[in-house]
Ligand binder design. Sequence first.
Ligand code: SF4
Length: 208
Amino acid sequence: MQELEICEIFYSLQGESGYMGMPCIFVRLAGCNLRCRFCDTTYSHAPGKMMSFEQILVEIATYPAKVVELTGGEPLWQEACPALMEVLLQKGYKVLLETNGAMYIDEVPREVVKILDVKCPGSGEGGSFQKANLKLMAPWDELKFVLTGFHDYQYAKSFVREHKLEGRVLHFSPVTNMLPAELLAEWLLRDGLQVKLSLQLHKLLNLR
Ligand code: SF4
């Protein structure tokens, strides 16, 4: 029987991707291989509750949405995670995966919408992104850069240009209380980058 260590399962609006605003069931897996300075989910680093796939599916089915996001922590840190995604796809769910980019996505089913972080220097985990993931991404997958300030912005801009990523769905997201969104908007307008300023909708609406 396959199982995963779960931090929490909850229902909210998707807050920070191309699916922003959509009702979504979140499965937050416990544990993370990184320690970002601005982490807002440190509680997910603590041991979670072991749940079988069946128990997870029963809980998911209590909510009305057909979109499920696996998040963390770092979901891919647990080996059984891709198998759960496969089961969810077979059951007809749209599946999103939020991953920190430091784990290979080669085992993730192609149909899953993968939202990969590229950690910038201000996170304290700069350089953790597995560049091989760029070749593994499907056209519908997305990249997210969480920015603490101008140095991170310059890093993200160079990364996008160096890897010829314009044309993909790219999110530049300011860390709350570190980089004012208005300032990031000015930089984006000045440079005309083909990226999206991404704010965390769930926090603006005081949702989970
Ligand atoms: S990868 Fe995500 S969960 Fe892990 S430390 Fe960084 S922000 Fe927190």
